[in-house]
Write a protein that binds this ligand. Structure first.
Ligand SMILES: Nc1ncnc2c1ncn2[C@@H]1O[C@H](COP(=O)(O)OP(=O)(O)OP(=O)(O)O)[C@@H](O)[C@H]1O
Length: 291
């Protein structure tokens, strides 16, 4: 997410918050929930879901990349999405983050936020963070500066130019460094890190923005076995405080991190359950092995 998109999103959210605070006697609309008045910016998870998709269809020139797909993610859940090439995994992430608009269907963040009414920067500012497969850290900055910049960008471009870390933000930065196990590399240039460490740094940059839902695309691609193991530990720690959706091909890694797996095929839901359950499913065996 580029700083200008973040700035735009932050401005729109602030304008919406200002409207909610100054409108007298309003019901609060969608943001109020049913019996749970919410402050602007809060996500209503009182119905047990952080993300809900129903019958989502995306077509490219008549070809259905997603075909009436439904998905229900609980707060604090770590869900793995698997499926053969072209199954629609990336398109699903694109729909959740507002990059792609579906032709049909509904997409809710919590019970009350209709994501289809929001732009990509607004969705990022509301707390949905996405990490693409390739690490995109600033190689010429230190680990510390990368994390500092992620926090500054979240505040908006103009604010970031005058940005100085407050004590509590320093504490958070130290906490994130500890979580991603890069405290010792704090003053090392990001360019000098291993591939795995760069991936953890980028996850740390997302964490600085306090996301409620994290979307990770093939986080262990290209990692060594020991880096993969440490990433599994990291994600297992994160799911206590965040909800996560992880697209992954490495089944050993999926087994290590995840209790529920969703299998996509040709844009539709093929199977859902534990990894053992879906691996025993004849339909899943067929699409993976071509039998
Ligand atoms: N912008 C686009 N225009 C046309 N077709 C597209 C576009 N984006 C995706 N598709 C098609 O939609 C289908 C789903 O693509 P998608 O990238 O979501 O699959 P995937 O499961 O992420 O695949 P992979 O594992 O290879 O990354 C593919 O057949 C792809 O060619």
């Amino acid at each position: 997410m580029s700083p200008d998109l973040l700035e735009l999103g932050a401005q729109r959210i602030q304008a919406a918050q200002a409207r909610t605070q100054t409108e007298p006697g309003g019901s609060g609309g969608r943001a109020a929930g049913y019996a749970h008045p919410l402050q602007a910016g809060m996500v209503d998870v009182s119905h047990g879901r952080i993300l809900y998709l129903e019958d989502v269809t995306v077509s490219f020139d008549g070809f259905r990349a997603l075909n009436q797909l439904s998905l229900d993610i609980a707060p604090g859940e770590l869900r793995c999405i698997i499926g053969p090439n072209g199954a629609g995994k990336t398109t699903l992430m694109d729909v959740i983050t507002g990059k792609t608009r579906p032709d049909a269907g509904t997409v809710y963040f919590g019970s009350t936020i209709d994501l289809l009414r929001h732009s990509e920067p607004e969705i990022a500012a509301m707390g949905i963070g996405r990490k693409f497969q390739k690490p995109t850290v600033f190689e010429n900055l230190t680990v510390f500066e990368n994390l500092e910049l992620a926090l500054a960008c979240h505040k908006g471009v103009w604010a970031s130019m005058r940005f100085k870390l407050k004590a509590e933000q320093r504490d958070r930065l130290a906490q994130v460094l500890h979580t991603i196990e890069l405290t010792q590399q704090c003053h090392a240039l990001a360019g000098s890190l291993s591939h795995g460490q760069k991936q953890w740094l980028e996850i740390g940059m997302l964490l600085m923005q306090e996301p409620k839902l994290l979307l990770l695309d093939e986080p262990v691609a290209g990692m060594t076995d020991s880096e993969t193991e440490r990433t599994a530990e990291l994600l297992s720690k994160l799911k206590q405080h965040h909800s996560l959706i992880v697209v992954e091909h490495d089944m050993g890694f999926v087994r290590a991190i995840c209790s529920k797996v969703t299998v996509l095929c040709e844009g539709a839901l093929l199977a859902e359950g534990t990894l053992d359950e879906v691996q025993a499913d004849e339909r899943v065996i067929e699409v993976y092995l071509g039998r």
